[in-house]
Design a protein around this ligand. Structure first.
Ligand SMILES: O=P(O)(O)OC[C@H]1O[C@H](O[C@H]2O[C@H](CO)[C@@H](O)[C@H](O)[C@H]2O)[C@H](O)[C@@H](O)[C@@H]1O
Length: 273
């Protein structure tokens, strides 16, 4: 069976380019919600069954396989078992870190992160944030999760303006996501990270798959690369929590399970003599 058809002409062109010259293709994936189903506790995330094996198979046929995540790179590698994928490049913290061949390259976090680390617990307490609100300390950034509260959207609405004010005071930016608000250093995003990787690898086509608002800059980067003549395809691992990502994609698949099916069809198409 052939891979499903993207809904846009540009997406179809890019899929053709990938299938015609796989050795020049760069494929990149978000982690949570794309390669790994969403779970209540981020510490227990695990990849969609079979998807890492498919990435490993594709890595033998495609020019570059990469992950671009908001997680620390080593965390994504550990949770995902991504070191089983030969040659994979994992860009963590929205591109501020790079894991390859078992080594992480990263600059020091800016001082504002320490300020947020010191003040965030007190702020959450003073706002009487609902039970289940949880701070994830990721080293270079901190994220406040509400998925485990009784009303996650209401909890986010309560916290959002105060987190924005704290981020501004600390010289950080706010990154909203699926039942989470992250306070992180400015100056990097998944779009810049993807564009730089495409240039470094001299890719002849690009595919980017994501599910959340933090992936939209990577979708925008694909659009810019297309305008410069590089075939590009955006894929959304769809959920009801991020409609804007569904609307922006050339191809929509039902969550990580749908992405695994899509990758399986790609692997089969590329395996044909
Ligand atoms: O760029 P990503 O790889 O998608 O990382 C984005 C955030 O993912 C994680 O949070 C999300 O997944 C959790 C586990 O499934 C879920 O509980 C949470 O509601 C989601 O927002 C991660 O914990 C964050 O640090 C990442 O920024």
């Amino acid at each position: 069976m052939q891979p499903p058809e993207p809904s846009t002409a540009e997406g179809r062109t890019a899929l053709d380019a990938l299938l015609t010259d796989p050795a020049k293709a760069l494929v990149a994936f978000d982690f949570d919600g794309t390669l790994a189903p969403i779970v209540d506790d981020p510490r227990t995330s695990a990849p969609q069954p079979g998807i890492v094996e498919l990435l490993a198979e594709l890595a033998g046929r495609l020019g570059t396989v990469a992950v671009v995540t908001g997680r620390p790179a080593a965390t994504a590698v550990g949770l995902g078992g991504l070191d089983r994928v030969p040659g994979i490049i994992v860009l963590g913290h929205y591109g501020a870190e790079r894991w390859a061949d078992g080594r992480v390259l990263a600059a020091d976090p800016p001082p504002g992160v320490s300020l947020v680390r010191a003040e965030l617990p007190g702020l959450i307490d003073s706002l009487q944030a609902p039970e289940g609100t949880w701070i994830e300390d990721k080293g270079r950034s901190l994220a406040v999760h509400t998925r485990r509260t009784a009303e996650p959207d209401a909890a986010l609405a309560l916290l959002a303006p105060h987190l924005s004010a704290l981020a501004e005071r600390a010289g950080l930016r706010v990154e909203p996501g699926r039942m989470v608000i992250e306070l992180r250093p400015p100056g990097v995003d998944k779009g810049a990270a993807l564009s730089a990787l495409v240039a470094e690898r001299a890719a002849g086509s690009v595919l980017y798959a994501g599910d959340d608002l933090g992936d939209l800059p990577a979708f925008d980067a694909v659009a810019r690369l297309r305008a410069d003549g590089l075939p590009g395809l955006t894929v959304c691992a769809a959920s009801s929590e991020a409609a804007r990502v569904v609307e922006a994609a050339d191809l929509v698949v039902p969550g990580p399970a749908g992405l695994a099916e899509f990758l399986g069809s790609l692997a089969r198409a590329l395996a044909r003599p």
